[in-house]
Design a protein around this ligand. Structure first.
Ligand SMILES: Cc1cc2nc3c(=O)[nH]c(=O)nc-3n(C[C@H](O)[C@H](O)[C@H](O)COP(=O)(O)O)c2cc1C
Length: 293
């Protein structure tokens, strides 16, 4: 009753672990995979990358601000770590890089992945993420290259920190993306009034959690209206009602990140609540986009 098929990937429910959240080690992915529809790994680049020094994350009350800085062990080491993933659900590997060639080459390290997600949207790392994801021509080229490098579905993860997210979504679609993921975090910061200094070592970061839900929902709505490929919704989803809201707006599946910081059994409880919802209503796949006229 909760099952969906996303670009040929069969999922037992539409709940996906968002990239970067509990996602660097197979042990945590294995635990989340017990109840998830799919898991997305932390974004990985070609070389090892240290990221920023602490503090990299703060819970400010209505959500989080983070600037982890895309820390990554590098593709070769990460592919070895992911061999310990037991495969309880589909595995999607998130990739970042600074050029089409560099990102496309990364797919060769992960032949066991069920799909790839391209991080075109991290707001706080130089030369990667949003730095390449705000130019429609480059986005199209990156997606074209990645699609040529693999037969697996490719999703483009978009940022709301651009002039027009639909323009970037259309560029990804023209490049051959199988779906778009919206949204990554939104630029923000936090200042400690006692020390009178920015909290994060990087000064600014990306806002996630409850506070960004209406922004993410509007992005999903607009992308659903203007694109033909599936939209995966992410941003501030915390309760089963949020999941239903995103699907009504047009999301075929949803990703959840920050809410995992509140509960280790989140997917289990969301799944149970959604089952209660569909018993009284129609299967989830039938409500996708229903809020549109
Ligand atoms: C600590 C942290 C690390 C993240 N790392 C990544 C990452 O490596 N790649 C990526 O595409 N998104 C990353 N994100 C963004 C999330 O995947 C997600 O798009 C964003 O947090 C909004 O969803 P949420 O409100 O459910 O957390 C990160 C978010 C947080 C809070």
């Amino acid at each position: 009753m909760l099952d969906i098929e996303l670009c040929g990937i069969k999922m037992r429910n539409p709940l996906m672990l968002a990239s970067g959240i509990l996602g660097s080690y197979s042990s945590s992915l294995n635990r989340i995979a017990e109840n998830a529809g799919a898991v997305v790994t932390k974004s990985v680049g070609a070389e090892e990358r240290e990221g920023y020094r602490n503090p990299v994350l703060i819970n400010y009350g209505d959500g989080f601000v983070n600037a982890v800085g895309l820390s990554s062990p590098g593709a070769e080491v990460f592919s070895k770590e992911l061999k310990n993933f037991r495969g309880g659900c589909p595995l999607i590997v998130s990739l970042f890089g600074s050029s089409p060639e560099e990102i496309a080459h990364l797919t060769s390290f992960f032949p066991f992945a069920d799909a790839f997600e391209i991080n075109l949207s991290c707001p706080h790392a130089e030369k990667v993420g949003l730095a390449v994801g705000s130019d429609p021509t480059l986005v199209r080229e990156i997606v074209t290259y990645v699609k040529k490098s693999t037969s697996k579905p490719v999703f483009a993860k978009l940022s709301p920190n651009v002039n027009d997210i639909v323009e970037i979504g259309k560029a990804a679609e023209k490049g051959g993306a199988d779906g778009v993921v919206a949204i990554n975090t939104i630029r923000g910061m936090s200042i400690d009034i006692l020390s009178r200094k920015p909290v994060l070592s990087n000064i600014s970061g990306g806002v996630s959690g409850e506070a960004i839900k209406p922004i993410a929902l509007k992005c999903v709505w607009d992308l659903y209206e203007n694109l033909k490929i599936p939209v995966i919704g992410v941003g501030g989803i915390t309760t089963w009602k949020d999941v239903v809201e995103f699907m009504l707006a047009g999301a075929e599946a949803v990703q959840i990140g920050s809410a995992h910081f509140y509960s280790y059994k989140l997917f289990f409880s969301l799944k149970e609540s959604l089952l209660a919802y569909v018993r009284k209503n129609e299967p989830l796949k039938e409500i996708i986009g229903m809020a549109h006229g």
